[in-house]
Design a protein around this ligand. Sequence first.
Ligand code: GAR
Length: 205
Amino acid sequence: MRTAVLASGRGSNFKALLEASKKEGLPIEIVAVGSDQPRAAVLGLAKEFGIPTQVFSIKDYPHRQAQEEELLIWMRKHRVELLLLAGYMRVLGSEFIQQANFPILNIHPSLLPSFPGLHAQRQAVEYGVKVSGCTVHFVDEGLDSGPIILQEAVPVLAADTEDSLSQRILEAEHRLYPKAVRLLVSGSVKRVGRRVQILQQEGLG
Ligand code: GAR
């Protein structure tokens, strides 16, 4: 499945997805990587693997809608069938979501609906929860609010800081995102209203 990744930063989830596709038979081909941040490390990483990249800096457009129109043109050019947000730190507008005629997934570093938005791991440490984790969900018009595909729980330890918790959650993210994408691509995921039904658990291990 022809896949685009949008990311704003480091790109470790992009790398996990790419490795899963190259070494673990995840049936996607990452054909394009885009970022709203010209200096995002993910761009260099993608180039290393020969994947075309493009920057969509918000300041280069009169308004968000114009940036998202360019994103759509870029995705059509690459014949994208699946869009994966991997640390893309912008909310996509409803017109973009309606016009994209392919699934859009996101990974978020908390057990949604707890701690949406920025600094989810800091929010978890400050709140004092004993368990947090990560969530892969379909993207809708809200903030980290779309139908949930998979979640993985991660313990929050007494000595945790935002950084140590983020690191532990990130390791779970690298397992969870490829798993969720595999479910979607294999047709094992069905949306029923705002809920997601998993039809086969095979390979979920
Ligand atoms: C990940 O922890 C991801 O869950 C988070 O940004 C990080 C990106 O790391 N995304 C969000 O917070 C989106 N709301 P990466 O660039 O190393 O993949």
